[in-house]
Structures are given as structure tokens and as C-alpha cells.
Design a binder for this molecule. Structure first.
Ligand SMILES: Cc1cc2nc3c(=O)[nH]c(=O)nc-3n(C[C@H](O)[C@H](O)[C@H](O)COP(=O)(O)OP(=O)(O)OC[C@H]3O[C@@H](n4cnc5c(N)ncnc54)[C@H](O)[C@@H]3O)c2cc1C
Length: 278
């Protein structure tokens, strides 16, 4: 249908980004192709040490899923998106396709090996999330191509992660956020993936911050080095949510808190987290 209707047609998933944009007249599609009538597009499966999410899986379904809870950073993300109404409608596939710089899913999923499976007229292709999102609101999707599935590898033994966002209230996007996924061997950090959200045009991987942790015993000194590297890597804009300097400092502080929680989770502790509200 998308091919027949042409470039101005858009697909509708949860409508939680597209409909507000249409109300504001920022989007004016010629046709809406509603994916909600296609059965079998919403599921959460565990297979071959990977989790698979159908594109139409709602944030609320992920929040409630015992399978997704095996990777706590996924629950942190799903449970913190906006409010119940948005979580009941919004989808993981729609969130990645929208590529909103403030969206939570891309920031979290980029810390895990995540593939986006896309379906077009000529067949399927699968690409890493880091290649799928090209820029703010820009992906590699052709206009007649769909996100079909999101697939991520279950972290190895010793893996622990956390996602924290700082928000002014529940139904608004975060001012800044940080996702941290560590692989610990005893008190040594074998591997570290960090992503910063809302402080750049896309989620930022502060490579120097990751390097500051990798292969190290995590002490106040290594955490401070990671924080400083994250502060430098952040590239925020001053806007109604705060000044650029404020957001840089905030992102660094969130990284530190997320590291602390990730370490405890890697050690097998059950740690509940919720976003931080102003
Ligand atoms: C008040 C409010 C607060 C919000 N706060 C947050 C927040 O804090 N954090 C956060 O992450 N998000 C937030 N959101 C956005 C929400 O998470 C959306 O659900 C998400 O961004 C888009 O998913 P959707 O399913 O609603 O997509 P839609 O709005 O239906 O679609 C979004 C775009 O993606 C395209 N698209 C959708 N699905 C596919 C697909 N399968 N294949 C190809 N293209 C597709 C559509 O054509 C459209 O261009 C908020 C939304 C609202 C209304």
C-alpha cells in the first residue's frame, strides 16, 4: 500500500508521535496506513540467547513482560516512558522509526547489541541500530519500508545495566538521560557500554567514558573519569529544559548513578529504579 500511495503516505503505529505532529501541522501525510490491523506484529520472544520484539509491541507490554525483565535496563526504559496512556499505545518500532533525539528506546538499545529488522517490497534486511538511525528524526528506512522486528542479544554472565532519566514531569521527554550496561568479572569491569540521551541529535556513545571503565576496578576515581568524559562528550542545546552546561553536568551525574546501579545488578542484586523528577 505504501508503494502504491507514494511518498506522502505514512504508517501509523501507536500514533503517540505522529498524531501530535499532525495536530501541530508539522506532519501532513496524504494517507495513513494503519499497522494496528496486521496481526502477529506484537510479541516478545526469547530465542537463541536473544530477545525479539515485534515492531508493534507497546511500551506497556515490555514494562509488564517477565521476559524483558531479564534485562533490567529494558524495564527501566519501558516503565519510564511518559504516562500510562502513552505507554499503552506507543510502540518500540515506532519509537526507533521516529528517531526523536529525546526518545528513550534508542539510547537504551544502543548499549546492547541490537539489530533492526526491516521489511520492504524487495524483502528483508537487518542492520545494527547504530547504522539504522542516521540523524535526528532520520533513519535509513525507505518510505515504503517497515520496521518489522527489534532483536537484541541477552548480555553475558556478569552483565548488569541501568537506565536513568531526569524529567520535569512524567508526560514530558527527559532533560537528559544515561544508559549504562556493564559486564563485570568480580569487581573488574570487563566491558562497558554507555549512551547519553537528549544531549545530542542522536544518542551519544561517550567512548572515552567507556574506556575509563573497561578493564578497571570501579572506584570513585574511575567513576569520576567516566563522568568527566561523558560531560565532555555530551553535545546539548540550550532550550526550555535547561542550559547546555546544566544538561552536560546532569548527564554526567546520571552516568555515575547508573554505573552504581549497574554494578549492583551485575552482582545479582534486585534494584528497582525510577526516573528522577525535578
Ligand atoms: C505526551 C507524550 C509524551 C511522550 N514522552 C516520551 C518519553 O518520555 N520518552 C519516549 O521515548 N517517548 C515519549 N513519547 C513518544 C512515544 O514513546 C511514542 O510512542 C514513540 O515515539 C513513537 O511510537 P508510536 O508507536 O506511537 O509511533 P507513531 O506515532 O505511530 O509513528 C511515529 C513515526 O514512525 C513511523 N513508524 C511507526 N511504526 C513504524 C514501523 N513499524 N515501521 C516504519 N515506520 C514506522 C510513523 O510513520 C511515524 O513517522 C511521548 C509521547 C507523548 C504523546
Amino acid at each position: 500500500m505504501l508503494s502504491q500511495l507514494g511518498d506522502e503516505a505514512k504508517v501509523l503505529a501507536g500514533g503517540q508521535s505522529l498524531i501530535p505532529l499532525m495536530k501541530l501541522r508539522f506532519a501532513n501525510p496524504s494517507h495513513l496506513v494503519d499497522l494496528n490491523f496486521i496481526s502477529g506484529t506484537s510479541y516478545i520472544k526469547e530465542e537463541n540467547n536473544a530477545l525479539r520484539f515485534g515492531a508493534l509491541t507497546r511500551h506497556a507490554e515490555i514494562e509488564a513482560s517477565p521476559i524483558a525483565a531479564k534485562i533490567p535496563i529494558l524495564h527501566d526504559c519501558a516503565a519510564g516512558i511518559a504516562d500510562v496512556q502513552v505507554r499503552n499505545r506507543g510502540t518500540i518500532g515506532g519509537s526507533l522509526a521516529e528517531a526523536d533525539p529525546s526518545g528513550d528506546w534508542a539510547t537504551v538499545l544502543i548499549t546492547l547489541p541490537t539489530e533492526v529488522r526491516c521489511l520492504g517490497r524487495t524483502g528483508e534486511r537487518s542492520l545494527p541500530l547504530s547504522d539504522f538511525i542516521k540523524d535526528a528524526y532520520t533513519t535509513t528506512l525507505a518510505h515504503d519500508e517497515l520496521v518489522r522486528e527489534v532483536v537484541l542479544k541477552v548480555p553475558p554472565k556478569g552483565g548488569g545495566g541501568a537506565y536513568l532519566a531526569f524529567k520535569r514531569s512524567a508526560p514530558v521527554y527527559p532533560t537528559a538521560s544515561a544508559a549504562v550496561q556493564l559486564t563485570m568479572e568480580g569487581d573488574i569491569c570487563k566491558d562497558a557500554a554507555i549512551a547519553l540521551g537528549c544531549v545530542g541529535l542522536t544518542a551519544i556513545r561517550p567512548k572515552e567514558a567507556e574506556a575509563a571503565l573497561r578493564g578497571q576496578r570501579i572506584t570513585d576515581k574511575t567513576k569520576s573519569a567516566a563522568m568527566e568524559a561523558a560531560r565532555i562528550a555530551a553535545d546539548p542545546q540550550t532550550d526550555m529544559r535547561g542550559s547546555a552546561d546544566y544538561k552536560r553536568t546532569l548527564a554526567a551525574a546520571l552516568v555515575k548513578r547508573a554505573i552504581d546501579i549497574a554494578i549492583r545488578r551485575a552482582a545479582g542484586q534486585q534494584v528497582e529504579v525510577s526516573h528522577i523528577y525535578a
